[in-house]
Design a protein around this ligand. Structure first.
Ligand code: CA
Length: 266
């Protein structure tokens, strides 16, 4: 079977929102390794932005050191047999991000208590698969043939309540404890990274976002904006505008990926 010739078009932005003074979100697009990352930092003073930046830089460094491109020449440090080599590699990279945050806290007690969520996607070009890893409540969605689907499960207190039937999705979105995550990078325990490996189809759109987007907009609102936009920049900008119009209570970060299948010979 011929290798599929997949490429990803991407676009990202981060916005401080309407209420916060600082932007503690960070995003990174690294086309060399094919990695796309959103991190949402937390912590006193400006420690949150330190945590998210440290984690993202460590994840990218880890991936760069071990691969030219994900899916080629990879051998992760640990081996989870439920995961592909790139899946194992991404999980290890996210744990490396956790350790970088933890090490910084160890060096500077002013940074104590800082942490960050992360959601990261890497393209396995050889298999035509997208590998998504996350810790915390930053999300990945897929928009395929007009329908939006949430791919990740938040590591958050409200999500646990939804799963146990104590809260509705709508109530969770506006709950006073909606920001409480059950695990993060930089916490005292090493995070259990969720890894999802999914096939891709030409035309698929993937959205990585911080909770400042999905607590301001319902999934239906996000779906409509993606359906109406004519390109990634327009889609991303309209998502941020809409989240701010709905209050912009938190920092808003959006990374969009579009899967493009190249025809042989092009
Ligand atoms: Ca946030």
């Amino acid at each position: 079977m011929n290798e599929r010739l997949l490429e990803i078009e991407s676009w990202g932005t981060t916005d401080v929102g309407m209420k916060r003074r600082l932007n503690e979100d960070v995003f990174e697009i690294d086309e060399t390794v094919g990695a796309y990352i959103v991190a949402d930092g937390m912590g006193g003073h400006s420690a949150g932005e330190v945590a998210s930046r440290l984690a993202v830089d460590a994840i990218v460094r880890y991936l760069r050191e071990r691969i030219a491109r994900v899916g080629e020449n990879t051998w992760p440090d640990h081996w989870d047999t439920d995961r592909s080599a790139p899946g194992n590699l991404l999980a290890d990279a996210i744990v490396a991000g956790h350790r970088a945050v933890l090490a910084a806290v160890g060096r500077d007690t002013d940074l104590k208590g800082m942490g960050t969520t992360v959601v990261a996607a890497v393209l396995d070009r050889r298999q035509g698969r997208l590998i998504i890893g996350h810790v915390g409540d930053s999300r990945a969605y897929r928009f395929r043939e007009g329908t939006l689907e949430l791919l990740t499960e938040d590591h958050s207190w409200v999500h646990e309540q939804v799963r146990e039937g104590n809260l509705s999705e709508e109530a969770a979105r506006t709950h006073p404890l909606k920001n409480v995550v059950t695990q993060a990078l930089g916490g005292s325990a090493e995070p259990a990274v969720d890894i999802l490996e999914t096939d891709t189809a030409a035309g698929d759109l993937y959205l990585l976002c911080s909770d400042g987007l999905n607590t301001m907009l319902t999934d239906e609102e996000i779906e409509r904006i993606l359906a109406d936009a004519s390109g990634l920049p327009e889609a991303g900008q309209n998502l941020v505008i809409a989240a701010n119009e709905h209050g912009g209570n938190d920092n808003i970060t959006v990374v969009l990926l579009k899967v493009v299948e190249l025809q042989p010979g092009t």
